[in-house]
Write a protein that binds this ligand. Structure first.
Ligand code: AHM
Ligand code: MG
Length: 333
């Protein structure tokens, strides 16, 4: 079988659809290279001294793991000098990171969650990197947080790497979703799944059930109906999976369908849900929609939300379209 590398895919995609200009191709290749480096560190584990806590806190008040900090550094360093970016933003940094003056300024802005699923690092369970690419506004000279406040529908590219038994990169530039597997010996990304489509027929859901007592009624109703199984209103038995790494849960859903939920609940109304809009929900929503699925915050399409703050949280319901539509309609009743 002829192997198509990430580079070849990007070049041919541009030739066919004119949607990946050279600077965007560079950006995607640099991010992919950084993910390769992170994958290498992940694979070393204790041998690379990357496990455990960094004994620092990020802006969300979460204790950072060593690998959170290392992955953030890898992405920053890889992306600073290429001339393709104007600024970056990360889950691990309070404010945006403009490209230093010594480098030329590019037309894109990159947002990332450098290491998603941090609680799984030390137990050798799949983790990942999530990224989102926006265009810098016309005429921007000195990037500010306000320049990042664009709805997810404005993303020009989004993707994630999943560091599991295999390392994979899943990518969209707005023309379908493709998956590349890292050939560890050759050090190259090889196209292994073309035009991924989320299966519509599903019997699987993902939610952290330990928060059940805090849920709002529409979520309780939706989950109860699934739990009722064959003799309940849904007329079939459902299965549950919860990996606690969004990338790994979303990757499963892309491949065999299902719904992923991280709802807001009755605890702190100022913190709706756990996941962050700009570098977790938006890129995943873009990918999921491009694969024929849907993504809402329970009321509206995630990609339509006008962001207010870089680190704002958002409730997330994403996956197979009919399931997301059902739980969204329960919120509207
Ligand atoms: P992180 O970015 O700090 O790793 O947090 C996000 C992760 C998601 O990957 C995952 O879906 C969720 O947190 C798991 O949360 P919980 O600890 O409630 O299971
Ligand atoms: Mg995360």
């Amino acid at each position: 079988m002829k192997r198509v590398s990430l580079t070849q895919y990007l070049v041919e995609e541009q030739r066919l659809h004119s949607n990946i200009p050279a600077s965007l191709r560079l950006l995607i290749e640099v991010v992919a290279r950084a993910c390769k480096t992170i994958s290498h560190s992940v694979g070393k584990g204790a041998l690379g001294d990357i496990l455990g806590s960094a004994n620092t806190e990020n802006i969300q008040g979460e204790v950072q793991k060593k690998l959170d900090v290392i992955s953030n550094e890898i992405l920053l360093e890889a992306n600073e000098w290429g001339g393709h970016l104007a600024a970056m933003a990360s889950e691990e940094m309070e404010s945006i990171h403009p490209i230093p003056n010594r480098y030329p300024m590019g037309e894109y802005m990159l947002l990332f969650d450098p290491l998603d699923g941090s609680s799984n690092i030390d137990v050798n369970v799949s983790i990942g990197t999530i990224f989102s690419v926006l265009k810098a506004p016309e005429g921007m000279t000195q990037p500010t947080e306000a320049d990042f406040m664009q709805a997810g529908s404005q993303q020009v590219a989004a993707g994630y790497a999943v560091y599991g038994p295999q390392t994979m990169l899943v990518l969209t530039t707005g023309n379908g979703v493709n998956c590349f597997t890292l050939d560890r010996e050759m050090g190259s990304w090889v196209l292994t799944q073309k035009d991924m489509q989320i299966p519509e027929e599903t019997k699987e859901f993902a939610i952290n059930m330990s928060n059940q007592r805090h849920w709002h009624p529409p979520v309780t109703r939706y989950v109860d109906e699934m739990l009722a199984g064959k003799t309940g209103p849904r007329g079939k038995d459902f299965n549950m999976r919860w990996i606690a790494s969004m990338v790994a849960d979303v990757h499963r859903i892309l491949n065999r369908g299902g719904i992923f939920m991280y709802p807001a609940d009755q605890r702190d109304p100022s913190q709706p849900g756990k996941l962050r809009l700009m570098y977790e929900a938006n890129p995943m929503a873009f990918i999921v929609e491009q694969a024929g699925g849907a993504a809402t915050d329970g009321r509206q399409r995630i990609l339509d939300i006008a962001p207010q703050k870089l680190h704002q949280r958002v409730p997330v319901f994403l996956g197979s379209k009919s399931e997301v539509e059902r739980v969204t309609s329960y919120h509207q009743e």
